[in-house]
Ligand binder design. Sequence first.
Ligand code: BGC
Length: 729
Amino acid sequence: MPNDVKPADPRVETLLARMTVEEKVGQLGMFADMVRPFAPDVNPEANVRNAGEVLEQVRAGRVGALFNGVGAVQGREIQRVAVEESRLGIPVLLAADVIHGMRTVFPIPLGEAASFEPALAERTARATAVEATAAGLHWTFAPAVDIARDQRWGRGAEGAGEDTVLGSAFAAARVRGFQGGDLRAADSLLATPKHFVAYGAVAAGMDYNYVEISEGTLHDVHLPPFKAALDAGALAVMTAFNDINGVPASANHALLTGLLREQWQFPGLVVSDYTADMELVAHGYAEDDRDATRRAFGAGMDMSMQSGFYAAHLPALVESGEVPMAALDEAVRRVLSVKAAIGLFDDPYRSLDPARESDTSHLAAHEALARDAARRSIVLLRNEGGVLPLRRDARIALVGPFARDTDNIEGCWTLFGDRSRYVALEAGLRAALPAGATASLEVVDGCSMEEAIDGGIEAAVAAARRAEVVVLALGEPQRYSGEAQSRTRITLPPVQQALAEAVAATGTPLVVLLRNGRALALEGAVRDAAAILVTWFLGSQTGHAVADVLFGDYSPSGRLPVSFPHDSGQQPFFYNHPRTGRPETPDMSEFKARWREYPNTALYPFGHGLGYAPVEYGPTVVSAPVIAPDGVLEAWATVSNRGTRAVEEVVQLYVHDRVGSRVRPVRELKDFRKIVMQPGESREVRFHLQAAQLAFTRADGRFGVEPGRFDAWVAPSATAGTPAGFTLA
Ligand code: BGC
């Protein structure tokens, strides 16, 4: 088992026996790494210590880990002080938020999930780990595995979207990629699934808000990606900021100890989110700082990030007997065991090799991977009249605030990207055009991200009139998604919508390139454009990847990992919602579950996406009418490429449980597969459905299957396909 830290390293017990309470508590504290070049500001200021003070604490043996500084040379110096100058010589863990790339930036995780290729995420996570460990890191606070069913929440950008099966596959793949096959290898990066748990379920999509959730939804929707990440070997978990039904996740004994430790037997360490223990006071869940420390530690949080609460209050709590010494020892044992597991006691200078840092600073293979990952993440929503792919000799107007921009390429949570290598749209398109043809590309901003430019719209309209096709690059500035970036309206900034309306009025066909960290509610000329490509935040190679798709060098193969609604007011909107007693009917009759303005449907559903050839699905077929409770069923459909070029198709298996002891979702994704299809090719695409995949948290509170009738679809999206019925005996 990759996550097996047993047999316990004997050095851990030897150390424990020699440690003072202060030294033990020191191992449970993590602080901002002010010694090395520190990442930009991503957290509120709290308990700030300068570089000298940090090193002094390391020397005193009062630091278990440092975070968000980088660099191998100074990292060695930190480690030298820890190993040679502290009394017990315990190395520190060096951590950082390396979420979707280090120097080379890959698509935001939500975008990469659109590839429906977990193996791709494994490769980008591996490349990230190679670069991050070369830059002097042992540990990343990733992957974020929160399921985001409300697009107002900005942190959906960091996860894999609204679906649990897709999210679990990406969670496991990212852990495997970060950690690699050997935790002790210099390029293995310790992974941290976060934020435990249900952070994506914050009320009204407002970051840091409360969570009211049923046990069934918690267990069936939000917990499985964590389980998948831990089964893949992750040795750290980060707690969430939110409360869950009144109990903050960071002081939640039932979840941190009952579920994680006792039921799941998680052997690694639990770290708080940034000052999450301190925030128990603001939650009104703890009387004061000391009480907050007692509650967080007592619940099962091993390591405290940044607040300094453990160092300040744990010794007195141990002294008074409120925290048993055995519990303190157990938490320290876990932190030391993780250090042992990644080889720090054998080589404290692991991942602190300046030569490797400079050799790894720019790897051509990672650049190629970034381009491939980016183009595989793009989703073609619509392509009326086959406007795409573009001819290379077409007169093209590239219009919009993202046309030349390089400040909104990396997306949220890229702290260390090499900005000098970011490829803007214009640069990518020009590079794809034959020499001499670049004059046929005219580039106009039209407006800035949120403001009008004098004469901008007029210039854009004039360029559109001269062009055969307009490529309109619109979207959310990157600071609209990520932490603390919740929105009430998930629409484009008004000035960009106005630009789109004016350009559309010229009658020149529009290809919209959306840049976004969430699903958007598309309106007017943007919604009605001839073609729409969802390009998320694609990372370093944005311009090249988009050009590959626009000119048809790559047929888009991404599919939506989040439903695109008609309107913001539909949120939270997700495809696998429970059934209502008054479902909408096609005739839109009265007294049905719908809105006055819109039906209860998506504009573009989960799983939707087109390629450059039409693909047809035959009806779903199942191998038997009845499946035993421990049995397997095959489900398949004939999938045909009716076009003249090869495409990649994401074939999806959905199931619906017709009657349950709790109301069941209208459909649930159970499996998916991306396949390459040659022109004219027809093929039966088969899935094996285990009866166990039909289990859920039943009305009796237990997880298991219930006999009854089911429907299965082998389909190109969550709302397409012709089902086949079967019975679970
Ligand atoms: C975020 C975490 C992040 C941590 C450290 C917090 O505000 O919620 O995702 O890992 O900061 O930067």
